[in-house]
Design a protein around this ligand. Structure first.
Ligand code: NAG
Ligand code: NAG
Ligand code: NAG
Ligand code: ZN
Length: 473
């Protein structure tokens, strides 16, 4: 490890733990992909990838675990470390449950394959990275992982290492925005999105939850998935049923159609998830997800409050699904190459979906400046009312709305502007860009001035008529 790479690390502000940096003077050969990477091996792997692909990657740390392990993200983009207007942001989060590390390994392997694709000039990967901003967090719960890893497989129980070092299940530790959503619905208050504004409680949240929660809010993420184990299914919102924990009942989000289609994209492109070629993980007919295409509504399966998936959907513009990738939790490292084979295509195809639907920029007609926090509603042309989930524009006036092919009416509103609507037919035929639909909004003041002008002209005309009348007499 030379001086240059140390400099890199400090320039990037990545507080990688020191073990491997000062341990050996020469980097060892890449370990094989048949065992789990410990924290230091993972950090080293990410650093190696970054050094192999410095122009299309950045490493950054979003926070630390209870036991001070850094939560490291690798960012793939032609503009690493930066959000560029109209380039959609995507993320994958692995290992939220410490004893579910298949996602951790798949994301490391994905990072390696993206970088190798760039080095080897793979057309698909270059096109993807050209058009997309991809953030990979291989481990959200490195402390839980270390506990699971150091526990002998025979002694490992179903839940050993699931929680963080404070014993908290991170997938129950996010603000329960489903509760806010259901409450507003009951009170018939027409507010459906960005519900953090309305949320407050006095709960102390875990450092991992805070770090990831802030990260989720810090970028205009469009699409996301979090990777788990314990079953083989793609799970979509809502995760929590209005009746609470005891009841397992389908709870459709306003975007049920779009979420089903996203979950199906993963399941269909996975080697087995969507196929009837495997027994249900829990051995019961009820668990036979393959009969429903390898997808499930979260609340229909079992109700979860405080989960990360619904937090993404109800606090931000991002749509997240939860992927269960293996019946067995933390299967033997020998199975990892096969798991990569089974998931590689699905991981790629799901990423491409970040370009489905519409995107655009919203401008002020008078100044030409972009408008931040404009609200974009979508009505399915076959429905009477808009989908109860608008998205809002980012600081550069850019918005992104994931949609399957179809015909829609878009409505855009912003405070101080006259609203506008457009009909669009989304085909999703261009793989690396959503359909671009820009809006130029008229400031209300301009509307009023125009109206005033009209009134004045009318008065002038009347006055002229009166004069003419007077002259006639
Ligand atoms: C990627 O972008 C570069 C620069 O804009 C362009 O020259 C190249 O053709 C693009 N490659 C692909 C595969 O889209
Ligand atoms: C739009 O409506 C059609 C017809 O009801 C339905 O099949 C489709 O899933 C809807 N699209 C979305 C995105 O919900
Ligand atoms: C979109 O199409 C619908 C149905 O044809 C129509 O009622 C509506 O006025 C159209 N909206 C715009 C903005 O043209
Ligand atoms: Zn899990």
């Amino acid at each position: 490890m030379g001086r240059l790479s140390l400099l890199f690390v400090s320039l990037l502000g990545v507080g990688l733990s020191n073990g491997f940096l000062f341990g050996s003077s020469k980097p060892k050969a890449d370990p094989e992909w048949t065992h789990y990477h410990g924290q230091q091996q993972m950090e080293k792997r990410l650093l190696d990838i970054h050094q192999k692909c410095p122009h299309v990657t950045a490493l950054y740390e979003i926070g630390k675990s209870v036991e001070s392990r850094p939560l490291v993200v690798i960012h793939f983009s032609t503009t690493p470390g930066e959000h560029v207007s109209m380039k959609p942001e995507l993320k994958y989060v692995g290992n939220m449950h410490g004893n579910e590390p298949v996602g951790r390994e798949l994301l490391l392997r994905l990072a390696e394959s993206l970088c190798d694709g760039v080095v080897n000039k793979d057309k698909e990967i270059i096109q993807l990275i050209n058009s997309t901003s991809i953030h990979l967090l291989p481990s959200m719960n490195p402390d839980g992982f270390e506990l699971a890893l150091k526990t002998e497989p025979e002694k490992r129980k179903w839940l050993t290492g699931r929680s963080n070092a404070n014993g908290v299940d991170l997938n129950r530790d996010f603000p329960d925005l489903d509760g806010v959503f259901y409450e507003l619905e009951k009170m018939k208050v027409p507010k459906f999105d960005h519900l953090m504004d309305l949320f407050s409680d006095d709960k102390d949240r875990q450092p991992e939850t805070l770090a990831v929660g802030r990260w989720i809010l810090s970028l205009p993420f469009v699409l996301s998935a979090n990777l788990h184990e314990g079953d083989l299914v793609a799970n979509y919102p809502f995760d929590s049923s209005p009746e609470g924990k005891a009841v397992s009942a389908y709870s459709a989000s306003p975007d049920d159609g779009t979420f089903r289609w996203l979950a199906e994209t993963y399941a269909k492109n996975h080697a087995h998830m969507g196929k009837n070629d495997h027994p249900p993980c829990d051995g019961t007919a009820q668990g036979a997800f393959s009969n429903q295409g390898g997808i499930t509504n979260g609340a229909k399966w079992y109700s979860v409050s405080g989960g990360m998936q619904d937090f993404n959907y109800l606090a931000t513009n991002a749509m997240e699904i939860t992927l269960e990738l293996s019946c067995e939790k933390m299967p033997s490292g020998e199975t990892l190459p096969q798991l990569w084979e089974d998931n590689q295509k699905a991981l790629m195809e799901y990423m491409w979906k970040v370009h489905a639907g519409v995107k655009g920029t919203i401008y002020d007609q008078l100044t030409g400046e972009p408008i931040e926090k404009a609200v974009v509603w979508v009505r399915n042309s076959s429905a009477e009312n808009p989908i109860k989930h608008p998205v809002t524009s980012w600081v550069h006036g850019d918005y992104y709305r994931t949609l399957p092919a179809g015909t829609y009416e878009l409505f855009v509103g912003a405070e101080g502007y006259e609203p506008q609507a457009k009909n669009v037919t989304v085909e999703n035929k261009v793989r690396d860009s959503a359909m671009v639909v820009d809006f130029v909004l008229k400031p209300i003041q301009a509307v009023e001035e125009a109206e005033l002008q009209e009134v004045l002209e009318e008065l002038a005309a009347q006055a002229a008529n009166n004069e003419a009348f007077e002259e006639e007499n």
